[in-house]
Design a binder for this molecule. Structure first.
Ligand code: MRU
Length: 358
């Protein structure tokens, strides 16, 4: 298995009209593909994290819209009714997870693509399928660009790059964002290595990041989340690169819980801390990170490991899935349009081509 070229985490299968995805719940024990046949099943796949990672759930949302369109076309051929039922399904799909804005971006992009096209229902269904496939393919191209821009930032030969959670091929359609930077850097210098945070509570770093880097033969060392300061203090980490679930207009960035702690520790030790994310992760409708909705997840994720309780019965638990790293701790945001630097209000506007239109 080679993530560099062959694997698509999520792919539309044209002859079956289904969305096929890697089941991330069973990695690293099993590598299994699941076919998602209905928009209800897509909602559940996103909610239960069969598919996860901001760009991947964006494409899941886009495929979910194509599945919804196929379902609605069986009920009506009236264009207005079709559009209004599709809009309902769009809101339903978007409610599956709250923080990663790529989901809202892709679902809205699908709806906007057809809403004024004036075509008949069957033509609109086909447009949604084709557009979903286009977004899927573009995701890989975007990640390769992010990877190449990010590889330029690696400070030295043989560098050690620390990452948190999984922002790899399995969090996207392919190649990855933060791990896209690692892949492009490794292609230039095969003496680099990765330190991967375990990433409690769901252990995406341990389960998924180490799995996909090992598959590509990229050296990876697993550490627990609290160890990063220890290794930075010893001068063993040269750079931190993580993904993102939503970036506000001022550069504040929501990513997997624990990212904020990591950014503080990296800044204290003068280790450059970068975000790698496509422009679809930037939410220009919000000004700061305070406006980013943070997903609250099940308490069992914290109280249990592998189905076994690790704490006193009935203990109080809080389990936010994400935190927000303030822009002041972020050295740069690596996007497909290049690396954005502070002040992010300006560089983000420029990346979106908004500077002259304001
Ligand atoms: O809860 P998850 O596993 O969907 O969270 C994923 C992350 O936080 C990733 O680091 C982020 O989505 C970036 S993915 C390229």
């Amino acid at each position: 298995m080679d993530f560099k070229s062959k694997i698509k985490t999520i792919e539309w299968i044209k002859d079956k009209n289904v969305s096929r995805m890697v089941d991330q719940l069973v990695i690293p024990y099993e590598y299994k593909l699941i076919d998602i046949n209905t928009s209800d099943d897509m909602y559940n796949a996103i909610k239960t994290m069969i598919v996860r990672g901001a760009p991947a759930i964006g494409i899941a949302g886009a495929h979910g819209m194509a599945l919804a369109a196929l379902e609605i076309a069986k009920k009506t051929q009236n264009q207005q009714e079709f559009l209004s039922l599709l809009k309902e399904r769009a809101e339903f799909l978007k409610s599956s997870r709250p923080t990663a804005v790529n989901l809202m971006w892709a679902v809205d992009k699908q709806y906007d693509y057809i809403k004024n096209c004036g075509k008949n229902v069957n033509e609109m269904v086909q447009m949604l399928i084709d557009h979903g496939i286009q977004l899927e393919n573009e995701d890989i191209e975007i990640n390769k660009k992010i990877g190449d821009y990010g590889a330029e930032l690696v400070p030295k030969k043989g560098a050690t790059i620390l990452t948190h959670c999984n922002a790899g091929a399995l969090a996207t359609v392919g190649y990855g964002t933060a791990l896209g930077v690692v892949r492009s850097a490794f292609a230039k210098d095969n003496t680099i290595q990765v330190f991967a945070d375990e990433t409690r509570p769901r252990q995406q770093g341990a389960r998924i990041t180490t799995f996909e880097l090992a598959m590509d033969g990229i050296p990876v060392t697993l550490i627990t989340d609290g160890m990063s300061g220890y290794f930075m203090n010893k001068g063993m980490i040269d750079m931190v690169v993580v993904g993102a679930d939503r970036i506000a207009s001022n550069g504040d960035t929501a990513n997997k819980i624990g990212t904020y702690n990591l950014a503080i520790v990296a800044n204290y030790h003068n280790v450059p801390f970068y975000i790698a994310a496509p422009l679809s992760t930037i939410d220009t409708s919000i000004s700061t990170g305070k406006e980013i909705p943070i997903e609250e997840r099940s308490h069992e994720e914290v109280t249990h490991i592998n189905g076994k309780s690790v704490c006193a019965d009935g203990v109080n638990v809080i389990n936010p899935g994400f935190d927000v790293t303030p822009a002041s701790l972020i050295k740069g945001i690596i996007t497909e349009k290049g690396v954005l630097y502070p002040p992010y209000e300006d560089s983000i506007k420029e990346a979106f081509g908004l500077v002259n239109s304001l």
